[in-house]
Design a protein around this ligand. Structure first.
Ligand code: SF4
Ligand code: SF4
Length: 438
């Protein structure tokens, strides 16, 4: 694609990067076939190629975002299916991140949208605030249909996402001291604490800690760790997101200096962000080196466990597990094989979900901000999964777990809960709740 940025514009490293990305696009349109919004809406402007044109026009002329551009960029899930499909290696993620930042700086959204986005930014990346909001949300959940009728679709979507029942309690972790035959540890990792996991599903990180310590890996808690910045980053609030990233880098760098094999993450959305720190902070002289180290050491939990040669200690009777590949894991991190191979090794019968490249509609805060498209994607995903008749569904991201649970009664678990069960831990709570026999 030809571009005509001025030399003055190209002095800005972010513009330079976007120009490079735009030039790589050859307009072939292969990406349209796998783009969920194009598949649903059939509008070229809701395809990656159409959005690339819109972003080019906006950035090249350094124009304030128009309502039309905002509409189509907001509808993008940042699922990155287009990056997996693109034969020219167009780095759509960094381009759309730039566009979202430009929109945030140049476009004044209507008041209700501003308030909603502000509330999400102030609550979701803070586990204590999120827990409080969940408590209030549980009280309001019975009125979901009423909010729907009052045309408060984002609020209704938010309430539908809340799990029913009492708030989750922190499950017990194995207290057995980890042992090794030579008295030496096999490894040492930081288990990155995920904001949404802490509030919605503390069992996930507890299961990860159990599996790791059971296999002689030291698990270091990153005390005082905050959000990785992914949520604010996807809302286009880059300055705040980078402030969160720098705080996380300071903390993780201290751990790295004490000796560390990996930073292990149980939510692929956060893992993708950590792996992108190197790019995001490349021009920050104080943080570039720290960011490069953290990105290089970050592993999804399935990637890390795959290196340990785990073997099951319990017969899980070939239970059928539908594997939902979270977009941030399969498209963002290109981690495709590891979770499925790991679960197969544990004795589960793992099935791929038809149309596995299509997003479930979760996409960070997308299912709140774009509830109608997210609903259609969620229903389509659930239908595809139910055709497999699985005993359970597994996904490596809490966002997908919460989203898919709205549209199906099949229990949802994180892969690490299944690994924990197969290697001696408790049966995952979601399976116990459905009365599935051990
Ligand atoms: S990120 Fe996903 S929704 Fe956005 S353009 Fe690419 S494929 Fe489409
Ligand atoms: S597949 Fe790649 S090169 Fe082709 S239109 Fe899409 S982004 Fe451009």
């Amino acid at each position: 694609m030809q571009t005509s940025f001025s030399l003055a514009q190209l002095a800005d490293p972010q513009v330079r990067e976007s120009e490079k990305i735009l030039r790589a696009c050859v307009h072939c349109g292969f990406c349209t076939a796998t783009c969920p919004t194009y598949v649903l809406l059939g509008d070229e402007l809701d395809s990656p190629r159409g959005r690339i044109y819109l972003m080019k026009e906006m950035l090249e002329h350094d124009r304030p975002a128009t309502p039309e551009v905002v509409k189509h960029i907001d509808r993008c899930l940042s699922c990155l299916a287009c990056m997996t499909t693109c034969p020219s290696g167009v780095h759509y993620m960094h381009l759309v991140d730039h566009a979202r930042e430009h929109i945030e700086k140049t476009y004044r959204r209507p008041l209700p949208e501003r308030l909603l986005r502000e509330a999400l930014a102030r609550v979701l990346p803070h586990p204590a605030r999120l827990r409080m909001a969940l408590r209030l949300g549980r009280l309001a959940k019975p009125f979901t249909a009423l909010f729907e009728r009052m045309r408060l679709a984002p609020l209704a979507a938010l309430l539908r996402l809340l799990p029913s029942g009492p708030p989750p309690r922190m499950p017990r972790q194995d207290n057995r001291p980890p042992r090794s035959s030579q008295g030496v540890r096999k490894g040492s990792v930081v288990l990155f604490s995920v904001c949404a996991n802490q509030a919605l599903a503390p069992r996930i990180e507890a299961a990860a800690a159990n599996v790791l310590s059971r296999h002689e890996i030291d698990v270091i808690a990153a005390a005082g760790q905050g959000c990785c910045g992914a949520l604010l980053h996807h809302l286009g609030r880059s300055d705040e997101a980078l402030a969160q990233a720098r705080a996380a880098l300071d903390l993780l760098s201290r751990q790295i200096d004490n000796g560390l094999d990996a930073i292990v993450v149980t939510a692929s959305g956060c893992g993708t962000m950590l792996k992108d720190y190197e790019f995001l902070l490349r021009d920050d002289s104080r943080y570039a080196a720290k960011a490069a180290k953290v990105s290089a050491l970050t592993r999804d939990i399935s990637e890390y466990l795959s290196t340990l040669g785990l073997a099951p200690t319990r017969d899980v009777a070939e239970r059928v597990i539908a594997y939902h590949a979270a977009c941030s894991l399969q498209h963002g991190q290109k981690v495709v094989r590891e979770p499925k191979e790991l679960l197969s090794k544990m004795g589960y019968s793992v099935k791929d979900v038809p149309e596995g490249h299509l997003c479930c509609g979760s996409a960070g805060t997308y299912n709140i901000l774009q509830p109608e498209i997210a609903r259609r994607l969620g229903e389509r995903k659930a239908q595809n999964i139910e055709r497999l008749k699985p005993d359970a569904i597994t996904a490596g991201n809490i966002g997908c777990i919460s989203q898919i649970a709205v549209y199906t009664d099949i229990p949802l678990v994180h892969p690490v809960e299944l690994v924990d069960w197969a290697t001696g831990g408790p049966m995952p709570q979601a399976l116990r709740n459905r009365g599935i026999a051990a």
